[in-house]
Write a protein that binds this ligand. Structure first.
Ligand code: AMP
Length: 185
């Protein structure tokens, strides 16, 4: 029989945390305001979530907006270990987006901060609010390139090749996020 993981409930009664951490990859993007400062703040905020550790952060990239206007995006991917459930992490990431001043006036609008759950362990999730693996990640060079920097063995070369024509440029090595990765629980 499979082991049952101890779970922690929220004040509202939902399960928000389990005992064993999951390896999670989060895509970060910003194309308004002080974009690099916003991404750094978002990483700090993720590192302070309960039961969550920012393990590694990719280099920083710039990319032209896809299907949208506005300034170029700054993009990166963070590898987390978290005991939060997928839904609890999604809510926490949305709260971080909100605190960065994000508004959602229309689809693909320029945004101060966008946080997407790319992979959550090996879970496949289809709920009205959460789809994992992220449904559009394979179409986006600004996701696949930094993801390949972190876990090259998990990003198929043919997928990278398929998005190679998208405008994306390296801005900084992993040092841009120094001081965030490896923070303690
Ligand atoms: P976006 O405008 O790209 O930030 O999309 C946000 C919406 O996508 C929210 O309503 C989320 O509930 C939903 N969503 C579905 N799957 C994911 C995911 N893997 N990561 C983040 N948001 C997701």
């Amino acid at each position: 029989m499979a082991a049952v993981q101890p779970m922690v409930g929220s004040a509202e009664g939902g399960v928000v945390s389990v005992a064993a951490p999951s390896a999670v990859f989060v895509g970060l993007g910003a194309n308004l305001g002080d974009r690099e400062a916003t991404l750094r703040s978002a990483l700090q905020a993720m590192a302070q979530l309960p039961g969550t550790r920012v393990e590694r952060v990719s280099p920083l990239y710039g990319s032209a907006p896809v299907d949208a206007g506005g300034p170029d995006y700054l993009n990166a991917v963070a590898a987390l270990a978290t005991t939060l459930t997928p839904q609890a992490l999604l809510q926490a990431l949305q709260a971080i987006e909100q605190s960065a001043g994000r508004e959602r006036p229309y689809r693909n609008a320029p945004r101060t901060l966008d946080l997407d759950i790319l992979w959550f362990g090996d879970q496949v999730i289809h709920t009205p609010t959460l789809t994992v693996p992220h449904p559009r990640m394979a179409e986006r060079a600004f996701v696949l390139r930094p993801l390949a920097d972190l876990v090259p063995e998990r990003v198929d070369a043919a997928c990278l090749q398929a998005v190679a024509s998208q405008g994306i440029y390296l801005l900084a090595g992993t040092g841009w996020a120094e001081g965030v990765a490896g923070d303690c629980f």
